[in-house]
Structure formats: C-alpha cells, structure tokens
Design a protein around this ligand. Structure first.
Ligand SMILES: [Zn+2]
Length: 222
C-alpha cells in the first residue's frame, strides 16, 4: 500500500570515491601544429584494483573519458596514467580504445603516458592480452610533452591526408564534368571574346570556356 511507504531510505549523494579509488582529472591545451583545435589530456591517479577488482575502476575511467571526449570533441587525446598504480586487470583495455570517430584512421591522434607504477603492466596488457605487437607501441610515452608532440604530428599528417583526398575527389569530379561536356560541334563559334573555338552542344561557349564558367577556375584540360 502506498501510504505504508517507510519514511527512511532518502536519496543521498553518490560519491565516486565509494565506487573507484581512481581519480580522473581533465586538462585541455591548444594544438600547436594547427590554427585551431584542442588536445584533451585525461589524468588518471590513485590505485587501480588488482585483476577483476579493477573492473569498476575501468568502467568509471572509461565513462569519464568518453564523457569528456564527447563534450569537448578534441582533435587529439592523451591518456595519462603516470600517477596511477596498475598491476593487472584486462578490463583496463577498454579505456585504451580510441574514440569511435578515429577507428578508421591508421594513425589516430592518440597517445598514452605511463609512469613508474604501471609501466611494465600496461605494456603487458597490450601485448599479452590485447595482441598488440610490442614493436608497434610507439604511442606510449613516459613524458607528456613527447606524447603531445606525437599527437600533434599525427593531427597534421591526418589533416594533410584528408586534404589530399579532397583534392583527388575534386580532380576526379572536374574530369568527369569535362568528359560530360563533349566535343565542340559548332557550327557557331564560342561567344567568349576572341575565342575561335566552336561551341559545344547545348551551350553558346566552347568546351573550355563553358567549363571555366561553371567551375569558376582555370580549365586544366584542353
Ligand atoms: Zn571559347
């Protein structure tokens, strides 16, 4: 019966320290290799539980990291474990996954920093449990400045690659447009001043002048 609900059992504040002995802090810094954009550094400290005792630490760390990533949407991420003690526990692996939006990138802008109290154990988790090749762990650093430089370099590389892909797509589209315009059939001449070429089908301009009028750029074809 509703009127028999007992009056004890009030809401109380949730204290994360009751659920995990790992603390999570956040810092942001500008990307020095770009005009704009920011880096997110997630700093973990405290003691990660041993083995499965660390499962809820991992869950808490992962949730806090993803929340910051979604809110700030940084161009690069550094997970800093240098002040965290970790011996073993494979759930930590889920914290090490790059944000989903970078899954397709061969070189995601992501690095981790290890410290004296987690060093061998982090590498062992990656190599022994998560099947990383020990020689491919070039994204682990002992120094946050080195991690930052590494992430910034990758941001620049990825931006350049993206620009190259855009350029290639634009070139392909231009060529397709050029082919679609077809031959200059005339018999009238192009109406552009001093042009002696014949007009293409459905236009008063030659192929080159029609291309330039529509694309607003010099025609690379002839
Ligand atoms: Zn012309």
């Amino acid at each position: 019966m509703a009127n028999e609900i007992r009056d004890h059992g009030a809401f109380t504040a949730v204290k994360w320290e009751d659920h995990s002995s790992v603390d999570v802090g956040f810092q942001a810094a500008p990307v020095r290799s770009a005009e704009q954009g920011k880096l997110l550094r997630v700093c973990f400290s405290g003691n990660y539980g041993y083995g499965s005792a660390g499962n809820r630490d991992a869950t808490y760390m992962d949730a806090m990291f993803r929340a910051a990533d979604e809110v700030l949407h940084p161009e690069g991420v550094i997970l800093d474990f240098s002040a965290m003690a970790y011996q073993w526990g494979d759930m930590l692996g889920k914290v090490l996954n790059v944000p989903d939006r970078w899954r397709a990138l061969e070189e995601p802008p992501f690095a981790i920093v290890e410290g004296a109290d987690c060093k061998g154990a982090l590498r062992s988790l990656l190599v022994d449990d998560l099947d990383w090749d020990a020689s491919s762990l070039d994204w682990i650093f002992e120094d946050v400045d080195q991690a930052r430089e590494f992430v910034e370099l990758r941001i620049t590389k990825n931006a350049n690659m993206f620009q190259l892909q855009l350029d290639r797509k634009r070139d392909e589209a231009a060529l397709a447009f050029w082919k679609m315009l077809g031959e200059e059939i005339g018999p009238e001449r192009c109406r552009s001043a001093a042009c002696t070429r014949l007009r293409i089908k459905d236009s008063v301009l030659c192929r080159i002048h029609h291309f330039e009028q529509i694309q607003h750029s010099a025609c690379p074809f002839s």
